[in-house]
Design a protein around this ligand. Structure first.
Ligand code: ATP
Ligand code: FE
Length: 457
């Protein structure tokens, strides 16, 4: 099927089209991205130290028409939008006032095109993004999902109802949150020229150098990315009252495949800036705890995540007398030390989970897993990817990760997740994905959804 996807769950507005078929030798569903629009709002929120839902919602309102127009004019399809078989939309989890805008736009478009609307779970979309680059990946697979709002281990058994089981979650913060908090604590924007605007507490820096600069990073490797800063007049003409500096528009790119998993960076994310800073730092310089090690807590022996203590330890270091994070070497050392502790914790917990699979949690043991998948925004981090690959290798499980561009929020993963469900031979997968007229801000992966049988053309 050819699916148009819409993503507005948080602070990225995405509209993308994925055309998929089973033409290849293996008979697996393979997707080709024919159109991809993504407008990020990191500048908009930079001065506030986090995403401001009301501002995010207004930016979605302004950006959605641009995204939809982009899809109309550069669908990459012979028949234009008339070739679209279904509209997919992130229906949750996410910020209600943001989801609302994407959902309304999706309903309108589906009605206009007279095609079914598929509700997509944002977390399942993060997970399934891995299968766009690796169509041959088979169930069951174990997933580490590490994003801005979630950090969890998921066992994916099928695309159908109850096919995704959440095995463990974080006891406190998500890994992405910890990266973001630490990035602010070490004033990452002072040290990464290309990420100006990232210092939350310094409004004078917000926006400087954004736009074309930030887009350049996002497009590295694909060669087909158009990045530019909208003028206020253009933004107003597009119906927006918001400051849209930093809008990154990606035009039609090559099909996403393993070969795109190169040195692409995801510009604009605090975590990505922290990763770059950490690359220049001495990880031995600052002793930091590895969470959930030692002690006999009730989670001992069972995989779980905790990042709040580590995050606070880093903040304490940054605020201690004699430590000046404005010195690049100091900031880089703290960043590197934090990243190593966090990644070591992730490795520990993955090994526990894989060992549990071996001990019977999964029939046939870890070796019967089709894959270990790492996804969500933090999966763009190369240390995290390397740690996951190492754990997978120990247990003889192949590892898959979406290319960095598909790790952070985007509409391609939404369209693709819907395509997988539409194509699935399990009717339950389609029923699960289909629509009753509302979005669901709290929707756990694999949870049942009310069923609406769509009118097919
Ligand atoms: P959720 O998917 O849980 O609803 P979200 O959609 O806001 O949350 P994502 O877009 O999946 O989150 O991920 C964003 C998070 O990933 C941010 O915390 C960001 O700092 C982090 N991140 C992005 N790139 C990197 C990187 N290279 N290293 C570490 N963290 C990163
Ligand atoms: Fe996300």
């Amino acid at each position: 099927p050819t699916v148009l996807g819409i993503e507005t769950s948080c602070d990225d507005t995405g509209v993308a089209i994925v055309r998929s078929s089973t033409a290849s030798a293996g008979g697996f569903l393979e997707g080709e991205v024919t159109s991809d629009f993504l407008a990020s709002q990191f500048d908009l929120h930079a001065t506030y130290g986090g995403v401001v839902p009301r501002l995010a919602a207004r930016a979605h309102e302004a950006n959605l028409p641009l995204g939809l127009r982009h899809a109309e004019t550069s669908s990459g399809l012979a028949g234009g939008l008339a070739d679209v078989d279904a509209v997919a939309v992130t229906a949750g989890p996410g910020l209600a006032i943001c989801l609302r805008h994407g959902f309304a736009a999706a309903v309108q478009l589906a009605e206009r095109l007279r095609v079914p609307l598929v509700k997509v779970n944002h977390l399942e979309a993060h997970v399934l993004a891995a299968t766009l680059a690796a169509p041959e990946m088979r169930f069951p697979f174990l997933v580490l999902l590490a994003s801005g709002g979630h950090t969890m281990l998921v066992l994916a058994k099928s695309l159908g109802l109850g096919g995704f089981t959440v095995l463990s979650t974080t006891l406190d913060d998500s890994l992405g949150e910890a990266f973001d908090k630490v990035a602010r604590a070490v004033r990452v924007g002072d040290h990464c020229a290309a990420d100006a605007g990232l210092n939350a507490d310094d409004p004078s820096r917000a926006g400087a150098g954004a736009g074309a600069d930030s887009g350049a990073g996002a497009g590295a490797g694909s060669g087909a990315t158009v990045a530019r800063t909208l003028t206020m007049a253009e933004a107003a003409a597009a119906g927006g009252e918001c400051d849209l500096r930093g809008v990154v528009e990606t035009s039609k790119g090559p099909p996403v495949g393993p070969s795109r998993d190169d040195g692409e960076t995801v510009a604009g994310h605090l975590g990505a800036a922290l990763e770059r800073l950490a690359a220049d730092g001495d990880a031995d310089a600052v002793p930091l705890p590895v969470p959930l090690r030692g002690g006999g807590g009730k989670h001992r022996g069972r995989a779980a995540f905790s990042f709040a203590g580590l995050k606070s330890a880093v903040v304490r270091v940054c605020e201690s007398p004699g430590v000046d994070v404005r010195e690049r070497e100091v900031a880089a050392a703290i960043a590197a030390s934090f990243q190593r502790s966090a990644v070591t914790h992730v490795s520990d917990q993955l090994r526990l989970a894989l060992a549990a699979c071996d001990a019977g949690a999964v029939e046939g043991g870890a070796a019967s897993l089709g894959a270990l998948v790492v996804c969500g925004g933090v999966a763009a981090n190369s240390s995290v990817r390397a740690a996951v690959a190492a754990a997978a290798a120990e247990f003889g499980v192949p590892v898959f990760a979406p290319p960095p561009r598909l790790c952070t929020d985007n509409a391609v993963m939404v369209a693709w997740a819907a395509a997988r469900k539409l194509h699935s031979s399990e009717p339950a997968a389609l029923a699960d994905a289909c629509w009753e007229a509302d979005f669901s801000p709290r929707w756990a992966p694999g949870d049942r959804q009310p069923v609406y049988v769509p009118k097919l053309r």
